[in-house]
Design a protein around this ligand. Sequence first.
Ligand SMILES: Cc1cc2nc3c(=O)[nH]c(=O)nc-3n(C[C@H](O)[C@H](O)[C@H](O)COP(=O)(O)OP(=O)(O)OC[C@H]3O[C@@H](n4cnc5c(N)ncnc54)[C@H](O)[C@@H]3O)c2cc1C
Ligand code: SF4
Length: 504
Amino acid sequence: MVLRIPPVTQEERTQLLHELSQKQNNSGLKPKERLAIPPQDMPQQDPAVRRSNVSEVAQGYTEEQARIEAMRCLQCRNAPCVQGCPVQINIRDFVGAIAKGEYGKALAIIKESSLLPAVCGRVCPQEVQCQEKCTVGLSLKDVSKAVSIGRLERFVADLDKNGAAAPAVAPTTGKKVAIIGSGPGGIVAAADARRAGHDVTVFEAFHKPGGVMVYGIPEFRLPKAIVRKELETLKKMGVQIITNFIVGRTRTVEQLMKEDGFDAVYIGVGAGLPSFMNIEGESLIGVYSANEYLTRANLMKAYDFGKGADTPIAVSKRVAVVGGGNVAMDSARTALRLGAEKVYLIYRRTEAEMPARVEEVHHAKEEGVEFHLLQNPKRILGDAGSNVTAIECLRYELGEPDASGRRRPVAIPGSEFQMEVDTVIIAIGNLSNPLIRQTTPGLEFNKYGNLVVDEQCRTSMPGVFAGGDIVLGAATVILAMGQGRIAAAAMNEYLAQKQVAGNR
Ligand SMILES: Cc1cc2nc3c(=O)[nH]c(=O)nc-3n(C[C@H](O)[C@H](O)[C@H](O)COP(=O)(O)OP(=O)(O)OC[C@H]3O[C@@H](n4cnc5c(N)ncnc54)[C@H](O)[C@@H]3O)c2cc1C
Ligand code: SF4
């Protein structure tokens, strides 16, 4: 594997770490000296090599890099980075522990607030969360020069090769909890409910648990072994995971509670219903939703079709991906890895408005994805056999800001042009899955189809809690995890009260 290690050599880094450590031990490092330490880039696979393999792109810090990076932290008294973290990880202290080489301590600090650091260190949009608030980035007037909190989180999480011992479980309460959906929110809710001594069962519609972390986010960004390790920990704790079980079809929420003896339920079914553009040609052969495309590639291993995998996927030469989020980047980069010669990313705003993580945009460009900004499809064209042959787009310009605060894209009349493609992937967003709504009369949903919950993630039905994308709309792993934790705390309290009432 070809590694591209940025500017400093290994020897230079060893020397730098030695000098910094000595200084730190003697007189301590002054803020000015910390600000002068060069930000440590992360080794990654060479773009030309990685576009034809599915191994992880970013390779993680070496120990020296991690400690040098951690020494850049000013240990601010008010730690503004913590305010930027959705689950308020004690960032200052865990980074400080890494600077001293106390990696076990650093991981323990993170785990107080986040159960999935190896996942979050890889996929959290740190540049608009903790790192955006970091004093180092603000002092250097460049958010990309903030302390690389996410990379440091990943570094300590990855050192924990065998996984922490399964957390202790309280004596059994005799209460049964059903977790519907095995995404990050469901995993955290299951762990926290089990720790409280409840009998926990996770029901998952797919044949493999893990939610979007398994069927959506590709291996080259989040190795599946990491998610498997977390699920193994759940099993070691005694959580039962039942796959191929669709709540709303196999059993309803009501049946789980009234007939199957579950005392409480967490709903974490995510936002898996793809949005389409409703333009001409969207039903042609070769048009995919990003969800379908990524599920075929990731979960069903369609790249091995005919060699062990039963699911096919288009063998494409020219692919158009529509959208500007993480899902669009993942689809475009997956298409390259599946052998496409040209991949066009079509987005109706500019790069500044793209919701994707900055690192993913950067990696997609490095790998050769062609960005077509301020453009949007008008129709998809096909041949007599209904196969996609081209996409017709309009050019756009930015107008006044819309409700999201981003400048509204405005089509330029008469600017139509066509691009020859054989595959189109629509990655413009997902809505919540309607099945639970259709089959659970007592639950309140908002006009977008999201479950309505209070600040403790309690739904309108007693004993039913919810979190993650089904509540927030398509959001992020860390927000889903945070809600899973809040919901589990409320659920544990609800069950404790139920127990007391039952004992009276
Ligand atoms: C391609 C892609 C890339 C992404 N990249 C990022 C990223 O880089 N960073 C980031 O923070 N976020 C990213 N996200 C968003 C993030 O993955 C989600 O916000 C997060 O996974 C939501 O977690 P969740 O707990 O709500 O459940 P989900 O991960 O959505 O999982 C829900 C699970 O419920 C199951 N389910 C659905 N209906 C039923 C039912 N009726 N019965 C039983 N089970 C059911 C589903 O099969 C699924 O396994 C990405 C999303 C996608 C699609
Ligand atoms: S804001 Fe930045 S420099 Fe300050 S404690 Fe947090 S990580 Fe360290």
